[in-house]
Design a protein around this ligand. Structure first.
Ligand code: NAI
Length: 330
């Protein structure tokens, strides 16, 4: 039986984790979940929100499914997510965004993939107070990490039958940092004559995405733009409740939804487990369980086609009811 680390997170994390574990179990696939806690409660009980045992578990099992973890805003401990991605060198954050049958949105032709650099940029956390009224954050971009993520994006395009990789920057203003990212993109792109190239400024991209998202295929972005743009693209297909993601490195992979811990829904039995479930489907494919992945995805889409939806999608199903319907449809 395959062992997979499960980080249940906090906020809605435990509720959607339980839903996904139940659905996978009902599909007939046996997974040995190595359950690891992390986040604010752990910070109180163990003195750190991300104890060494969590890293050790992912290193042992190589693969993890992770629900969201709250990060204190403008104070407190450093993001568990950022630490995990950095320490395990999960350098590529892949966030596919494709219309889901049965979920009506403004567009019916969205099929793009956000490939976000996951280890540096303003997320490197290099910041300080220069004096009590002046703060400074450093935007760190290296050629090594930029080339690595651009190569990942082009390889992804080749392996997944994609036609174009578009580099997204603000290199007109940040001529050195985003300029270096763009230069890296251009040098990597030369090795992929079969893939179309495009360069776009991030503000223009946002405008074009909300007007005509079908114009885009694979997007490769530095960390911060990737984070923001992938919430925007989530909105194109029904919102954060359905937006899946994966953090991939050379040795480890952590699958997690785009969304956060949605504290406004905590304990209300209203959270949509779809984003975590679709992330789990990709995790199952990653460990070679393709038939179970397909079975679960089919049951999920069938549930939507029966107009059974959680509140975020305009429906009335609770997390529990939605989970039971997906299980019925397996
Ligand atoms: P959020 O993604 O948690 O929520 C934004 C909005 O989307 C809320 O209205 C929420 O109710 C809704 N939403 C999100 N997921 C949903 C789901 N599965 N079903 C139904 N509705 C859903 O973003 P927010 O509020 O900005 O962040 C909350 C906390 O989560 C913060 O501490 C933030 O740092 C953390 N966070 C963690 C992430 C992770 O663990 N990977 C990613 C993003 C944020």
């Amino acid at each position: 039986m395959r062992t997979v680390t499960l980080i249940k997170g906090d906020g809605i994390g435990p509720e959607i984790s339980d839903s996904v574990v139940k659905i996978i179990e009902a599909s007939g696939l046996k997974i040995d979940w190595d359950i690891q806690t992390a986040g604010a409660d752990v910070a109180i009980s163990e003195g750190t929100p991300l104890p060494q045992r969590v890293f050790e578990s992912v290193k042992r099992n190589k693969v993890a499914l992770k629900a969201p973890v709250t990060t204190p805003i403008a104070k407190g401990f450093r993001s568990v997510n950022v630490q995990l991605r950095k320490e395990l060198d999960l350098y590529a954050n892949i966030r596919p965004c494709k219309n889901i049958p049965g979920i009506e949105t403004c567009f019916n032709n969205v099929d793009l993939v956000v490939v976000r650099e996951n280890t540096e940029d303003l997320y490197a956390g290099i910041e300080r107070m220069i004096d009590s009224d002046t703060a400074e954050s450093i935007k760190l971009i290296t050629r090594k990490a930029s080339e690595k993520i651009c190569k990942f994006a082009f390889d992804y395009a080749v392996e997944n039958g994609r036609c174009e990789v578009c580099a997204v920057t603000k290199a007109n203003i940040m001529k050195m940092s985003d300029g270096l990212f763009l230069e890296s993109y251009r040098s990597v792109a030369e090795n992929y004559p079969q893939i179309s190239k495009r360069e776009i400024l991030v503000d223009n991209l946002c405008m074009q995405l909300v007007q005509n998202p079908s114009k885009f295929d694979v997007l490769v972005l530095p960390n911060l733009y990737g984070d923001i743009v992938s919430d925007l693209t989530a909105g194109l297909i029904g919102g954060l409740g359905v937006a899946q993601g994966a953090n991939i490195g050379e040795n480890y992979a952590v699958f997690e939804p785009v969304h956060g811990s949605a504290l406004d829904l905590k304990g209300l039995n209203k959270a949509n487990p779809t984003a975590l479930l679709l992330s789990a489907v990709e995790m199952l494919k990653y460990i070679g369980e393709n038939s179970y992945a397909d079975k679960i995805k089919h049951a999920l889409f069938k549930t939507f086609s029966q107009s059974i939806k959680t509140v975020d999608l305009g429906g009335s199903a609770t997390t529990t009811e939605f989970t039971e319907k997906v299980i019925d449809n397996l």
